[in-house]
Design a protein around this ligand. Structure first.
Ligand code: GAR
Length: 193
């Protein structure tokens, strides 16, 4: 049986898109559901375009019930992929899927991570710090923001004159290039549910 992926995203979902594309005709794995906390998220449209079902939850459902866990277990999900998902993952979900939740962060952790550090805020912090390089980090998820074990990092140079948009663009290129392949590598190590 193919390994089964669930994607969590809160916004545009360009990484989700790349992952859905990559696994559309894959032999060993497939994206079976997209979940979001944001009913307005463009990722919902992208999931529709791939005819992948989606589920929208609110704070109560996510933090006060086991409904999301039950849904993921019923779907026999092997790996949860966070792709621009902005809420902290609750303990019960981490316990239900140990070492089976991964995240992407648009900087070289442990730099520029933690609560409130997402999207443009991260790139702004990189610029303000005067860093000579930035990059992306793909890591396992634990109960703290951006702290689980690193699986992959790749980096780019920040050239003189690079502004926030350029740093964001360079980071996004790396994310789109690497995230689907890293998901594939991680899946290879997981036994099917
Ligand atoms: C990505 O750059 C991802 O690294 C970042 O949100 C963006 C989502 O873009 N995640 C975080 O900042 C998590 N702390 P997308 O919706 O176009 O994939």
């Amino acid at each position: 049986m193919k390994k089964r992926i669930a994607i969590f995203a809160s916004g545009s979902g360009s990484n989700a898109q790349k992952i859905m594309e990559y696994f559309k005709k894959h032999h060993d794995a497939e994206v079976v559901i997209v979940l979001t906390n944001n009913p307005e998220a463009y990722v919902l449209q992208r999931a529709d375009n791939f005819e992948i079902p989606s589920h929208i939850f609110d704070k109560h459902e996510f933090y006060k019930t086991d409904d999301v866990i039950r849904l993921l277990k019923n779907l026999q999900i092997d790996l949860i992929v966070l792709a621009g998902f902005l809420w902290l993952i609750p303990q019960n979900l981490i316990k239900a899927f140990p070492d089976k939740i991964i995240n992407i962060h648009p900087a070289l952790l442990p730099k520029h991570g933690g609560k409130g550090m997402y999207g443009d805020r991260v790139h702004k912090a990189v610029l303000e710090a005067g860093d000579e390089e930035s990059g992306i980090t793909i890591h396992y998820v634990n109960e703290n923001f951006d702290e689980g074990e690193t699986i992959h990092q790749s980096r780019f140079r920040i050239e003189e004159g690079d502004d926030l948009e350029m740093i964001k663009f360079k980071g996004q290129q790396l994310e789109h290039q690497h995230y689907p392949k890293v998901v594939e590598q991680v899946l290879k190590k997981i036994k099917s549910e």
